[in-house]
Design a protein around this ligand. Structure first.
Ligand SMILES: O=CN(O)C[C@@H](CC1CCCC1)C(=O)N1NCCC[C@H]1C(=O)Nc1ccccn1
Ligand code: NI
Length: 188
């Protein structure tokens, strides 16, 4: 299973490289990697397992973060009920060769900024991203899927897509005024 020890340090060059396309049909190693990536996210959101294996809870994981330069990321985003119990998955998927097809002009940014499991420090500031995205990816069988996402889901996908292009979330933060409220930016 993947644990925090499998994450490369923030300074590792692979986090600044463009990841390679994945060829289909997947070889067994890539299939296993994909399963392990999704399992990490599920484990990391399980209180007992996260405590037992010292996992930082995450909603997304990109292959370069664990040293694999392939265009693969996993997302495990659950819907929670009023007691804060996870009820059903909004997205629980491994995506291969993802690409943005189109996006809104309007931007959005999380009100508390972003973090990253590859960055063991706080980097404050708004991370402006298109508020709505239409993107395509291939699933484990190589079938092309098209998804339209908005707000938080769109931000998660774009954070992961950035990892496949060697971009870190803090590359988007305004160095002069990190909490600048840009005119075209909705805070969510
Ligand atoms: O590339 C992928 N990463 O770096 C993991 C990141 C991805 C998210 C950051 C902003 C948008 C996508 C991640 O998940 N986090 N960032 C650092 C610590 C918090 C953690 C997080 O938001 N956890 C979470 C949220 C809701 C429910 C459960 N857990
Ligand atoms: Ni990240």
């Amino acid at each position: 299973m993947i644990t925090m020890g499998d994450f490369v340090p923030e300074e590792h060059p692979i986090l600044r490289e463009v990841a390679d396309q994945v060829q289909f049909p997947l070889d067994d190693a890539t299939k296993q990697l994909a399963d392990d990536m999704l399992e990490f996210l599920i484990n990391s959101q399980d209180e007992e397992l996260a405590e037992k294996y010292q996992l930082r809870a995450g909603v997304g994981l990109a292959a370069p973060q664990i040293g694999v330069g392939k265009q693969i990321f996993a997302i495990h985003l659950m819907e929670y009920d009023e007691e804060g119990e996870p009820v059903s998955p909004i997205i629980s998927q491994v995506m291969f060769n993802p690409k943005i097809i189109s996006h809104s002009v309007e931007n959005a940014a999380l009100q508390d900024g972003e973090g990253c499991l590859s960055v063991n420090r706080n980097v404050p500031g708004f991370v402006p991203r298109p508020r709505r995205v239409k993107f395509s990816y291939q699933n484990e069988n190589g079938e092309k899927q098209v998804l339209r996402l908005r707000d938080y889901e769109a931000i998660v996908v774009q954070h992961e897509l950035d990892h496949l292009k060697g971009i870190m979330f803090y590359d988007h933060i305004d160095a002069k005024d990190p909490w600048a409220k840009k005119p075209n930016m909705t805070i969510i």
